[in-house]
Design a protein around this ligand. Structure first.
Ligand code: SF4
Length: 207
């Protein structure tokens, strides 16, 4: 049978997606830095989000992630771990509990303690580092007890790293869970698979 690389990439992308198991009481770090409704819609309409399995831009980003992770492992050996997943349980003001779960691209265990590494790919370098990415690593700093994180951008115009020492507090995270914002950024609606049914969709004028 002829080798089908496209199918192979599709399967890889599907596997990657299946690692993010959804649960009523589970909040992934990414859920806390984007439109809060998207998590609800993913639970209610899981099939709609399947379209994201094969978006070429996401696939190229994911391949760059994997490539850099492998190169770092080759270069630094045991001091670096990739795809590091951790979770913490949080008590909400109403007595309920939620689990905050996150997966960092890599964690380096070196002389400076635990350092997180988050890789971002983008078409353009305009306005990097982006607020939602800074918040993501600030939550990882809290979740994984990291000394700091390196936010690495690989774009067509610039390859740059930003050092992030700030961290969210537990009460900041609780605030994100109990105070939903939708959308968090107006531009999110333009790329949202749930925009076809969402009554809160915001339209940005093309002028
Ligand atoms: S359309 Fe906009 S408000 Fe609605 S879920 Fe998507 S991003 Fe959120």
């Amino acid at each position: 049978m002829r080798l089908d690389i496209v199918k192979f990439i599709y399967e890889l992308s599907k596997e990657e997606r299946e690692k993010h198991v959804r649960g009523q009481d589970v909040y992934w770090v990414s859920d806390l830095v984007r439109c809060s409704l998207k998590r609800d819609y993913e639970l209610r309409y899981p099939e709609l989000s399947l379209r994201e399995v094969f978006i070429p831009f996401y696939i190229s980003g994911s391949l760059i992630h994997r490539g850099l992770q492998e190169i770092l492992k080759e270069r630094f050996g045991d001091v670096i771990k990739t795809e590091v997943e951790e979770f913490k349980e949080l008590l909400l003001p109403d007595g309920g509990k939620v689990v905050i779960r996150g997966r960092a691209d890599a964690v380096i265990f070196g002389d400076e303690g635990k350092i997180g590494l988050e890789i971002k790919t983008s078409r353009s370098d305009i306005n990097i580092p982006h607020e939602q990415h800074l918040e993501q690593v600030m939550i990882y700093n809290w979740l994984m007890n990291l000394n700091y994180s390196l936010l690495i951008y690989i774009t067509s115009e610039r390859v740059a790293q930003f050092t992030v020492f700030d961290r969210f507090s537990e009460s900041d995270i609780v605030g994100r869970v109990v105070n939903p914002i939708f959308p968090r950024y107006v531009w999110e609606c333009n790329y949202c698979v749930y925009s076809v049914l969402c009554p809160y969709k915001k339209s940005v004028s093309s002028k």
